[in-house]
Design a protein around this ligand. Structure first.
Ligand code: NAP
Length: 259
């Protein structure tokens, strides 16, 4: 299928590794020129080179912290008129909520709720004017089924999800859609960190934690970030203009519910 987005421009936040990188790669494979943002320059350069060597698109990189106003300004000024926005940032740390201070909550809210909202505020009206826009927020399966040790993530991402539920119904008449993708367990650096935290908390070895996690995944494996990127590219396609306000869970069957 031709996704009809060749020559569009996309901004992929937190795009040098893991799920963000996979989204940037899949969009580039569909002919989308991409601006990728991350703080570390090494992975950013490696990802840009990989995309540049494997596609014909233009790739720009911005080394910045997307959770700061300066970082967002830099990222947005590296893009021409934007057609596609993928919001993403590192997730908040795991822990017992009794140990979280207000500053921890503020950090989580900035990274996983307010940053996407600020980015959307900056690009939405231009998309509406140009009659094309696709916004995808990378959130978490924890939005649908909260994970006890990820209280900061459960809370901050639920706030974003509520906001998007309202906004996403105000834009599809302009061919601008807003959706969230909720990853379950994908094989990325962040996931490895989570496994280590769980092992420490539960006094198990990492191997034991991995085994019990895999046992709970009907697919019997962790997700491949490429599968995530390809779903993102479809949601950003011309064909997906009738899909807005959805929370796409991609978790290998872990969520055990009829709807
Ligand atoms: P990852 O493989 O560790 O990659 C994280 C990416 O985000 C890197 O490119 C990192 O680059 C960038 N980044 C982090 N903080 C940033 C910031 N403040 N500004 C700009 N870039 C930033 O992580 P992932 O697994 O893809 O996770 C992506 C998101 O999905 C996270 O919010 C995570 O909590 C969530 N999630 C992941 C899973 C999973 O199984 N993987 C499950 C549920 C939810 P720099 O560090 O160089 O900036």
């Amino acid at each position: 299928m031709n996704f009809g987005i060749k020559d569009k421009w996309g901004l992929v936040c937190a795009g040098s590794k893991g799920l963000g990188r996979a989204c940037a790669e899949s969009l580039a494979e569909e002919g989308v020129n991409v601006v990728i943002v991350a703080r570390g320059t090494e992975a950013l350069a490696e990802t840009a080179a990989h995309i540049g060597n494997n596609t014909e698109v233009e790739v720009r990189t911005v080394a910045a912290d997307i959770t700061t106003p300066e970082g967002r300004k830099e990222a947005l000024s590296a893009c021409p008129a934007l057609d596609i926005l993928v919001t993403n940032a590192g997730g908040p740390p795991a822990g017992n909520f009794r140990d979280f201070e207000i500053a921890d909550w503020e950090k989580a809210l900035h990274a996983n709720m307010l940053t996407p909202i600020e980015l959307i505020k900056s690009v939405l009206d231009g998309m509406i004017e140009r009659k094309f826009g696709r916004i995808v927020n990378i959130t978490s399966a924890a939005v649908k089924a909260p994970i006890p040790i990820l209280g900061l993530s459960n809370g901050a991402r639920a706030g974003l999800t509520g906001f998007i539920a309202g906004l996403s119904r105000q834009t599809p008449m302009h061919n601008v859609t807003i959706n969230n993708i909720l990853p379950g367990a994908f094989a990325t650096e962040t996931m490895n960190g989570r496994m280590a935290a769980m092992a420490e908390q539960s006094k198990q070895t990492i191997e034991e934690v991995i085994d019990s996690r895999l046992n709970a995944i009907p697919a019997g494996r962790f997700g491949d970030p490429r599968e995530f990127g390809q779903l993102c590219a479809y949601i950003c396609s011309a064909q997906a203009s009738y899909i807005t306000g959805h929370n796409f869970l991609i978790d290998g069957g872990v969520y055990n519910g009829t709807l």
